[in-house]
Design a binder for this molecule. Structure first.
Ligand code: PMP
Length: 442
């Protein structure tokens, strides 16, 4: 490949690419483990696993080896035919997913997996509508935009002009203990937020409901962890009302949260589990894993030519193998605790950090003006995120008011991170805070 500069790449991108999803003028060219280099040679510690996709970090040797072997055999098999990697992965998912989840419908993106879940739920229940939570995010396709962008600013911007293809879904207040919508305190609240699902199934829908979509950590919405009691109540309500409990683990799966799936931490048995991002170890892959009774769709109604791609499935199998052999769910739990401890120490000195929350290595820091008012510190959060990149630390930013208004910083390093790497993230983050403070920005 010719030697391009950052400016060359930018110029070509402006001219030839229809940009979506964000626009950061950095070109990443080389990755190794938790470190990644841009085209100028600058190195970053990646505390977000390449947008929470590379849970084993960059260029995991076992994954590379498996992919190379697959490429030496066959690079593509149509979903019409049997394919060993695809079927082995479906079998593996049924073994590692929460009990009762048996069959997989593969897709190519998290949104695709969620649309697959919509089909499965609608076919089983005969229902047409879904309940979703404020600040939820489930994708950006015509089927999933109405399940996402539930904050007015974002929704307005992306739905205007597309109304013909967007069906309104029912939205209810999300679980959010730090800023409870009902002004209640956990656990005395009795998980009122979850009880409201039942009210909404009865009163808010225009036609028969088919399912309720959950994220166990609302990621784009601001790294908001679902309380345990709420999920117990929610599971009971879904079962009693014969609607699908669809748990979107596109972000929380594959050891991210200190267990193989976050559902395990809650002892949940979803009707449908949706997976994306890290499932393919960096290669395009997604899946809806369903119970036997939620496993029926009509022929031809859903599918993608490249679904269950052999290279992606092989990479996924190799990744799962590494995760199991190296006990990475435990590591994620342990390293997550360490990172949270370090961040809690920092919070004592930097009151801009209002709340530190998360499961395993899926951690959010909600930035506030002060602890009493809890007024979102959006500018401060954005300043810190930008400064972190300047200092070679990749972190993320999101909700609770998603988009450019986000005030929650995100850290989701590779789940095989070592103690020293977690400490390095905390040290670099401290440097960022120190500088922001000395510049009067926080
Ligand atoms: N569900 C969740 C929880 C997500 O975070 C995302 C992506 N941010 C999606 C679904 C959609 O995934 P994709 O972009 O692969 O369609």
């Amino acid at each position: 490949m010719p030697n391009y500069t950052q400016e060359d790449v930018r110029k070509m991108r402006e001219e030839y690419e229809i940009k979506v999803m964000g626009d950061v003028p950095i070109t990443f060219v080389q990755g190794e483990g938790m470190y990644v280099k841009d085209i100028t040679g600058k190195e970053y510690v990646d505390a977000i696993s390449a947008e929470w996709v590379l849970n084993l970090g960059y260029r995991n040797p076992q994954v590379i080896d498996a992919v190379k072997k697959q490429l030496d055999q066959i690079e593509y098999v149509s979903p019409v035919y049997d394919s060993v990697p695809r079927i082995l992965l479906a079998k593996k998912l049924s073994e590692i997913a929460p009990q009762g989840l048996k069959k997989t419908l593969f897709a190519l993106s998290g949104a695709g997996a969620n649309e697959a879940a919509m089909h499965l739920a609608m076919r089983k229940t005969g229902g047409q509508e879904f309940i979703v939570f404020y600040s939820s995010f489930h994708g950006r396709t015509f089927g999933t935009i109405p399940l996402s962008y539930t904050e007015p600013m974002m929704l307005e911007e992306c739905k205007t002009g597309l109304e013909r293809y967007l069906t309104k879904q029912t939205r209810i207040p999300n679980f959010y203990c730090y800023r409870c919508h009902y002004g209640l305190e956990y656990p005395d609240c009795g998980a009122f937020c979850a009880q409201f699902i039942e009210t909404s199934l009865r009163h808010s829908v225009d036609s028969k409901p088919a399912g309720v979509f959950f994220e166990l950590v609302q990621a784009n919405g601001g790294m908001i962890v679902a309380p345990e009691m709420a999920m117990k109540v929610a599971a009971k309500i879904c079962a009693e009302n014969h609607v699908a409990m669809i748990v979107d683990e596109v972000q929380t799966g594959f050891c991210r949260c200190g267990s193989f799936f976050a559902s395990d931490l809650y002892d949940l048995k979803p009707d449908i589990l949706t997976l994306g991002k890290s499932i393919g170890a960096g290669y395009p892959l997604a899946a809806a894993v369903a119970t036997e009774e939620y496993s029926n769709v009509k022929g031809w109604e859903i599918g993608w030519t490249q679904l269950g791609h052999p290279v992606s499935c092989t990479a996924s199998l190799a990744m799962i193998d590494v995760m199991q052999k190296e006990k990475l769910a435990e590591n994620s739990n342990k390293m997550g605790k360490l990172l949270k401890d370090c961040l809690n120490e920092l919070a004592k000195r930097y009151p801009v950090i209002g709340d530190i929350r998360g499961l395993g290595l899926m951690i959010g820091l909600e930035m506030v003006k002060d602890h009493e008012s809890k007024k979102p510190a959006n500018n401060e959060a954005h300043y810190i995120a930008k400064k972190a990149y300047e200092k070679g630390l990749m972190i993320g930013i999101s909700g609770p008011v998603f988009g450019s208004y986000g005030n929650v910083l995100k850290m989701k390093p590779a789940v095989n991170a070592k103690k020293e790497q977690i400490e390095e993230i905390a040290e670099r983050f401290e440097e960022v805070l120190k500088e922001a403070k000395s510049q009067g920005k926080i």
